[in-house]
Structures are given as C-alpha cells and as structure tokens.
Design a protein around this ligand. Sequence first.
Ligand code: SAM
Length: 287
Amino acid sequence: MNRIDDQQPGIARPGKVKEVTSLTNPIVKELRSLALKKYRDQQRVFLAEGLKLVIDALDLGWTIRTLVYSKAGKGNAAVEQVAARTIAKGGDVLEVSEKVIGAITRRDNPQMVVGVFQQKLQPLAAIEPKGDDVYIALDRVRDPGNLGTILRTADAVGAKGLILIGDTTDPFSLETVRATMGSVFAMPITRVSEEEFLAWRKDFRGLVVGTHLKGAVDYRKIDYAGRPVILLMGNEQQGLPDTLAKNCDRLARIPQQGRADSLNLAIATGVMLFEIRRGALTLDKAD
Ligand code: SAM
C-alpha cells in the first residue's frame, strides 16, 4: 500500500491501492470538485455511490477511472474483487477514511464504495427506433430528482433511451445519479438542441406523442402498438413550447380531478410509460 497524503496531483499510478486520509490531499480535492458540473464536464466523469452500482456498471462495460472505498470496506471480499477489476482495467484504487468519502459524496452517512466513471452519451444519429421501441424526450428538464426518477422508470418499463432537449439539468450530477438507483448505467442518454431534435424527428417513422395540459386526447385512447414511440414531455414550469407541440403526431392529456392543475413531470412520465408499454409488460416476463 502506498501512502500518498500531501503529495502532488496526477501522481496516482494504477496498479496499487493507495491510502488517503487527508481532506487536503490533491486527489481528494479533485474528487470533491466533481460535485460541480464544470469539473465533471472538464474531466468527462461522474461519481456513482454504492458497491452494487459499481459492480453493475462494470458488468455493463462502463469505464471506471477511480474506485474509492472507506476503511469499512477493507477485507470485504466483494470490495476487494471490485478493486482488482478496477486495477485490471487501468484505474486507480483509493482506500480512504469515512470522513474523506463523506466529503467526496457530500453525505453524512456515506456509502462504503464510490466509483468515478467516464461519462457516456449516445449520439442522436445512432438512435434507430424499430418495432415497438419507446424513447422518452424531455424538454429542458430542470430538476435532478425528476430526471433521475424518469431514468429509473424508463429503465423499468424497458424503454430504449432518453433524449434530453435543450438546456437541461446534468444527467451526471450526484443527485440525478442517486435518484436513478443505477439506471443511469442501463439507459442510453442523448443530448440535443431543439433544432437538432426537430430535424431528426422529420425522418422518424413512428409516433411522436407529446403531453400537454391543453391536449385534446385522453392518453388511454391512443393506439401506441406496433410502431416505435417517442414520448415528449414538457418543462416543469413552462410545459411544451409550441415549436415542439406542433411537431407531435398526437397531444395527449392525463385526466385529473381535484385542485392540482398539473402532475409532477416524473409522475406524468410514469403514467404515460406504463400505458404505452401496457402490452409489453407482464409479470410472467419479470424476473
Ligand atoms: N405549467 C406547466 C404547463 O402549463 O404545462 C406545467 C408543466 S407540468 C408540471 C410538466 C409536464 O408534465 C408537462 O409539460 C407535461 O409534459 C406533463 N404533464 C403534467 N400533467 C399532465 C397531464 N395532466 N396531462 C398530460 N401531461 C401532463
């Protein structure tokens, strides 16, 4: 084991577990900076917390740059296995104090394991919807909890990917990744401008269903079967802009009662997704 407190950044060599206990250690400072989008974007990485998540991500082929575990993980066979896999892939492994892992993840009761993974986005041109594939397109989603919940729900219904349109919250923020409960590793994410989306949509041979509070059609009356579907959801405050709404094949509404004038974005997305995927989801197929 190398002890590398108070050394310079960039010195972490793969192949060995390094012990770090100081919050002022340059590597720790660098990892803590990943709470900010600017540094995540610079390094094109993000943090994922929890042993199971890290194992799932490695199994799905995501590239790990650094594995961090707290002293509680020392001697734990599963942690040691993940550490060995990280080293085999050329990543760094750090053994840190609970205080350090708490500072990196900004939590009072941190997980024992944190992975730093390379960000991955799917280019729009790589999306080729077919059969009864479902994609979710989100217009300028602002709330990290909503985005994470939608990623998790999209994964749960077997959607094929998520398209983020315009200026959205970062899918790789700590809060979003936490809310996905691991689905961030299972759901391909694409980022586009509204213009790029509309240009791509012109060649899309399927059904584009927008959701709108002024939509004239009950969402249960639409026939979603037998063709690919793009489900288009509006921004939390403003809803779908006309530029997107007028390019939908159908504008669906979820009927409501009571005082609330709209549903939460993630809830509305869930309601829509389970209706669109109704025929595909059975308990027999669930494991
Ligand atoms: N003030 C916004 C508006 O006027 O559209 C409310 C937006 S709502 C909180 C966020 C998104 O959730 C909407 O753009 C729409 O996509 C979806 N949504 C919420 N409630 C809905 C409903 N009852 N029917 C259809 N879509 C709904």
